[in-house]
Design a protein around this ligand. Structure first.
Ligand SMILES: [Zn+2]
Length: 88
C-alpha cells in the first residue's frame, strides 16, 4: 500500500489502531482530515465499517427515542455490548 500520510499518526510516530481511530470519530474529536481518512479506511476495513454503522444506528435510535439527544455514554456502551453478545 502507498505510504499515505495518516492524519491519525501520533507525534511519536506510533500507528493508531482501528479502535483508536474509530474512537476519535465517535467521540467527535476527529479533525476533518481524520474524518476523510477514516471514511476511506472504512471502505476496505469491514470491522471498522460495521462498528461505525452500529454505533451510528444506536445513537440515532437513542436520539429519536429518549431525552432529546443527551444520552449517557454508558447506556450506549450497554446496548452495544448486548448487541455484540447476541451476535457472537
Ligand atoms: Zn479499520
Amino acid at each position: 500500500m502507498a505510504n499515505l500520510s495518516n492524519p491519525f499518526l501520533q507525534t511519536d510516530g506510533k500507528k493508531p489502531t482501528c479502535m483508536e481511530m474509530l474512537q476519535s470519530i465517535l467521540d467527535g474529536v476527529a479533525t476533518p482530515e481524520q474524518k476523510v481518512y477514516f471514511k476511506q479506511h472504512m471502505d476496505h476495513c469491514m470491522p471498522c465499517y460495521k462498528e461505525y454503522n452500529l454505533d451510528m444506528a444506536i445513537k440515532e435510535l437513542l436520539q429519536s427515542k429518549c431525552c432529546g439527544g443527551d444520552c449517557p455514554e454508558d447506556l450506549v456502551a450497554q446496548i452495544k455490548a448486548k448487541i455484540k453478545s447476541s451476535a457472537a
